[in-house]
Design a protein around this ligand. Sequence first.
Ligand SMILES: [Fe+2]
Ligand SMILES: [Fe+2]
Length: 326
Amino acid sequence: MQKLGIIKTNEDAIKLLNIALEHEWAVSFEYTIHAYSMPKATYFYQDPVMQVRKDARAQTIQIGIDEMYHALQLGIVIQQMGGNPSFKTDEVIRYPRIIDNLKRDKKTEDLVTDLYRTAELVEGAFPKIQNMILNIAFDEVRHGDQFQTMIDTLEAEGHQDALCYPPAPENRDKEEIQILHEIMRLENELMHRYLKYTLLFSDHQDLSQRLFKNAIDQMRHWDKNAGTLIKLGDVVRIENAEKDADGVERSFSPMPDLYPGEDRVTSLETLLPTEEELVRLYEQLIPFFPDGEVKERLTPNLALDREHVFTQTYLLENARQIAGLK
Ligand SMILES: [Fe+2]
Ligand SMILES: [Fe+2]
């Protein structure tokens, strides 16, 4: 990981904040993947701050969400300073053993704490950025403590060899499983695309809030679908991952890093066809399942995506009515 170094000019700040941003995208993604690959309400730890026993899976998802908020904070500052927030990511890895993922997460937190703490901002030049970095660094210290406690507890309770869910090989031939993977790939892409426009239009608060709400909806669907995949004997896929002989998966491009659209109209134009594609895929998927739990989990996602199609249609129409809207 590159160091932030000495920050003197606006250009330094933009360049160096983007290094941090690429890291935050990767970890927000990596932690949720690690969480979705382990069983629910099975491994608990005593949270050092909350002083209650917490589900390691649920808290790992929560830490992933914290990282997404870090990404948003950094992205908005980069945008306000006239830069382009990067959507590239660092490498994402999944190990077969749960404890190895948590050890990687702990190591990542230590690295990023160091990254933020070694940034040298010229005194008085960027007081708000300095404050933001100090605040984020404290979150990272807290995350590191949480991961360390999870690791210690797994070891103390004899779960060091517990494995992540493996994908069932026979699922490769099941159309419904492949459609669900495609839906999740699209939901992940769409979530990040909504976040890009949330950053791009951060000076237009009503539009950016609406797009942010849709990003959260996509994330919730992705979360629910990750659980549904486990019920179907599969596990969330990491895009463009290579698996080595030890079963370790690595990907340098777990999400797209470029999203089309430079102004409000051209950005909104890209969202509607993707929402329509998601509706089409859910309509294709749901009839595979009889009445019951899986169908009940999928149907609300379809309903909300239909509402997104409605919302995005009028957001686009309204933007087109205003000449010169950038
Ligand atoms: Fe972070
Ligand atoms: Fe963190």
